[in-house]
Design a binder for this molecule. Structure first.
Ligand SMILES: [Zn+2]
Length: 336
């Protein structure tokens, strides 16, 4: 009887601890869940776009000790009691034991059912039979969704100016033409273009341009570009799409935000992005506005039909910018 009473007391204390834990988690991190160390690693692989851009995920990782001392758990339980009760707590995602660190974070959208399986199957299709991507039900859902979104998107004007960078080349004397799209013959597969497919990539700022061409030590030549035309933009960053679980899931997962660079022609992580470019184009979009994978604050545009936009492009200026100048600019504008 006595031991049953002790067990009941222990259970009550565990309940109290776990309730207070949740309350403090919410009030400190604005999150109703957390990831154990193993699940945090998996989270980063599944959602590289979030890891890249939402600094909360990176900042939130905390040790049990710091959490205990920084919250009201400290007033309600001795550290010894907390540590001992915490042994019974399991990771809400894998059910495993929580070691020293955990990462409070709450996804800001609902993940579509089966998404992780779908993403794996899509990755396998992209690697083995990329032309058959649309045979996958999730790819069909994405196709339908982008077409549906297109019906509600009006023509909009573009930010002015935008920027396009070239690597410096001491032997080359630059002119405006260098900031237009390259010739088809030399175009390799890119994030939103097939090989030989002329599209036109721009960034909203110089720092992003610099990161997008892999931060050359010798600095870059940057063109100021104006496209004074109203176009139909598939804006992945549109606030109105923040509740759209399909768009959010593809955009922040490895489907569109893979950090992989690929080697030579082996770029399976670009198959789904190129698929989305094809779908957007078929749905009547002129351009896609998307978050930079290389620079966490950066935003890029890709114009999908270069011939259509070409007569309206004006390269108003171009100049050399050193790496030091760009990094100083980046640090000045950091919002954190
Ligand atoms: Zn876990």
């Amino acid at each position: 009887m006595k031991s049953q009473k002790m067990n009941e007391d222990l259970n009550d204390r565990f309940e109290e601890m776990s309730m207070l834990f949740d309350i403090e988690l919410e009030s400190w991190f604005n999150a109703d869940t957390f990831y154990c160390e193993g699940c945090a690693e998996k989270f980063i692989r599944t959602w590289p776009g979030i890891y890249n851009r939402d600094l909360d995920f990176q900042r939130n990782t905390i040790s049990l000790g710091s959490f205990y001392h920084g919250t009201r758990l400290r007033d309600a339980f001795t550290e010894e009691e907390f540590n001992s009760l915490f042994q019974q707590m399991s990771c809400p995602h894998c059910g495993g034991h929580i070691t020293e660190f955990f990462s409070p974070y709450e996804l800001k959208f609902d993940v579509p059912a089966r998404f992780e399986t779908d993403a794996k199957e899509i990755a396998a299709l992209a690697e083995q039979t990329p032309f058959l991507l649309l045979s996958h039900p999730f790819a069909q859902t994405v196709f339908d969704e982008i077409h549906r979104i297109s019906k509600h998107v009006p023509l909009t004007s573009l930010p002015t100016p935008m920027f396009r960078a070239r690597k410096c080349s001491p032997k080359h004397s630059f002119s405006g033409i260098d900031f237009m799209a390259p010739n088809r013959e030399i175009i390799v597969e890119g994030r939103y273009n097939h090989a030989g497919n002329q599209v036109y990539y721009l960034a909203e700022d110089i720092v992003t341009c610099f990161y997008e061409i892999r931060m050359p030590n010798e600095g870059i030549m940057v063109g100021r570009i104006e496209v004074p035309e109203s176009v139909k933009v598939f804006d992945l960053m549109d606030e109105q799409l923040e509740e759209n679980s399909i768009i959010q899931a593809i955009q922040w997962s490895s489907l569109l935000s893979s950090p992989a660079e690929g080697e030579g022609w082996h770029k399976p992580h670009y198959v789904f992005t190129r698929f989305v470019a094809d779908v957007a184009r078929s749905a009547g979009f002129d351009a896609i506005r998307y978050p930079s994978v290389r620079f966490q604050e950066g935003i890029n545009y890709v114009f999908l039909d270069y011939e259509k936009v070409k007569p309206r492009i004006s390269v108003s200026d171009f100049r050399y910018v050193s790496k030091e100048e760009i990094l100083a600019e980046r640090d000045k504008n950091r919002r954190f």
